[in-house]
Design a protein around this ligand. Structure first.
Ligand code: NAP
Length: 314
C-alpha cells in the first residue's frame, strides 16, 4: 500500500547477486549490484520505508545466536593466511580477548614488504610462506580473497590432514570447493564475519563442511565469538548471510549518512547529526536484540496516531 522505493531491498539484491554465482567453482565476485540506489536521496522518510507485507506478530523467540563467549584460552595454534582487512580485525580480537597468545598465532600475506612491516608492528610472526604457517598450526584460517583460495589450498595441501581444522571466510566459496582442493578427510568450516568485529560487535554466520563435527563448530564459535555474536546455519543460507550481515554494514552506513544529511539539512552540525543517527541506530538495534520484539512492533511504539513520525513514514 503506497510503499515506494525500498532501501531495504538492497541487501536482497546483493543476496540474489550472490545466489547467481556458480557455487561449484571459485570465482571472483562483485557486490556492487546496487541498481536503484540514488546517492542523492537523503530524506529519512525515503530510507525507512520498507516493503509491504511485513508480518505483524507478538514478541518472538530470539534466533539461535550466541553472544560473547566465555573467553578462556583456546590452547590451539592458529595460522591466519591473508592478513588483510578482515584477517587483521580477527587477529586483534583474538589477542584482545586473550583467546590466543601471540606465540600461538602466525600469519601470512602475499607481499614480502608488507610481511616485513607487519612483523615489526605485530607481536606474532608474519611471513609469505603459507605452507610453513599451515604446517605448524592446528587451525588454518583462510582470509584471502575468494580468487586466491584455490592457489593457497594447493600450496598448503601437503600440510593439512584430518587432525587440523580449515576455517574459511572467503565469500561465496562453498566448503565443498575447499574440500576438493585438500585431502578428502580434512574438516572445513565456512564462516562469514563482518567489519563490526573490529569493535567487538561483529556478526558471524558459520556452517560446517562434510567432515566437520560439533567440536569444530564449537572452535569456530569461540574464535568468532571473540569479536561479537555467532550463529550456526546450514550452508544453503551462507550467501544470504553474506548479503545480509557481511555486506549489511555498508547499507547501514548509507542509512546513517542519509539520516545525518537530513539533520544537516535542518541545521544540525555534522558531528551532532552523525552522533544522533548512529546512537539511534545502535539503540534501535539493541532493542530488537534485547527484547526479541518484531521491529514492526517497536516501530508502532514510536508512531503515535497523527504524530510526526507516522507523517514521515507514510
Ligand atoms: N571485508 C569484509 O567486510 C569481509 C567480510 C566477510 C568476509 N570477507 C572475506 O574476507 C576475505 C578477505 O577480505 P579482505 O577485505 O580482508 O581483503 P584484503 O584486505 O584484500 O586482504 C587479503 C589479504 O590476502 C593476502 N593475500 C593475497 N594472496 C595471498 C596469498 N597467496 N598468500 C597469502 N596471503 C595472500 C593479501 O596480502 P597483501 O597484503 O600482501 O596483498 C592481503 O593481506 C575475502 O575472502 C572476503 O570475501 C571480507
Amino acid at each position: 500500500m503506497g510503499y515506494g522505493i525500498s532501501y531495504l531491498s538492497l541487501p536482497v539484491q546483493t543476496m540474489r547477486h550472490l545466489n547467481c554465482l556458480p557455487v561449484s567453482g571459485i570465482r571472483s565476485y562483485h557486490l556492487s549490484d546496487l541498481s536503484g540506489y540514488d546517492m542523492h536521496r537523503s530524506a529519512p522518510s525515503a530510507i525507512i520505508r520498507c516493503a509491504s507485507g511485513c508480518p505483524r506478530g507478538g514478541p518472538r523467540q530470539r534466533p539461535p545466536t550466541r553472544g560473547m563467549m566465555n573467553q578462556e584460552a583456546l590452547n590451539k595454534s592458529v595460522a591466519i593466511l591473508g592478513l588483510g582487512k578482515m584477517g587483521s580485525i580477527l587477529l586483534e580480537a583474538f589477542l584482545k580477548q586473550n583467546l590466543l597468545a601471540p606465540g600461538e598465532l602466525c600469519a601470512t600475506v602475499r607481499h614480502s614488504e608488507r610481511a616485513k612491516a607487519l612483523n615489526e608492528k605485530l607481536p606474532c610472526s608474519v611471513t609469505t610462506d603459507n605452507r610453513q604457517a599451515a604446517g605448524k598450526a592446528d587451525i588454518i584460517l583462510l582470509c584471502v580473497k575468494p580468487q586466491a583460495v584455490h592457489e593457497v589450498c594447493d600450496e598448503i595441501r601437503q600440510e593439512v590432514g584430518p587432525d587440523k581444522l580449515v576455517l574459511s571466510i572467503a565469500a561465496s566459496v562453498p566448503t565443498g570447493s575447499i574440500e576438493r582442493l585438500l585431502e578428502d578427510t580434512v574438516p572445513v568450516v565456512r564462516a562469514m564475519p563482518n567489519t563490526p568485529c573490529a569493535v567487538n560487535a561483529g556478526m558471524t554466520g558459520i556452517c560446517a563442511g562434510r567432515n566437520a563435527v560439533a567440536e569444530h563448530l564449537e572452535i569456530a564459535q569461540r574464535l568468532f565469538g571473540a569479536a561479537g555474536r555467532t550463529v550456526v546455519v546450514d550452508e544453503k543460507h551462507m550467501n544470504a548471510v553474506t548479503g545480509l550481515s557481511a555486506s549489511g554494514p555498508a547499507f547501514i552506513y548509507i542509512i546513517l549518512e542519509s539520516l545525518a544529511d537530513a539533520g544537516v539539512k535542518l541545521g544540525l552540525p555534522r558531528d551532532i547529526a552523525t552522533l544522533l543517527a548512529a546512537q539511534t541506530a545502535h539503540g534501535a538495534a539493541r532493542e530488537v536484540l534485547d527484547t526479541g520484539s518484531h521491529p514492526a512492533l517497536l516501530k508502532d511504539e514510536v508512531t503515535t496516531s497523527a504524530g510526526c513520525t507516522i507523517d514521515g513514514i507514510v
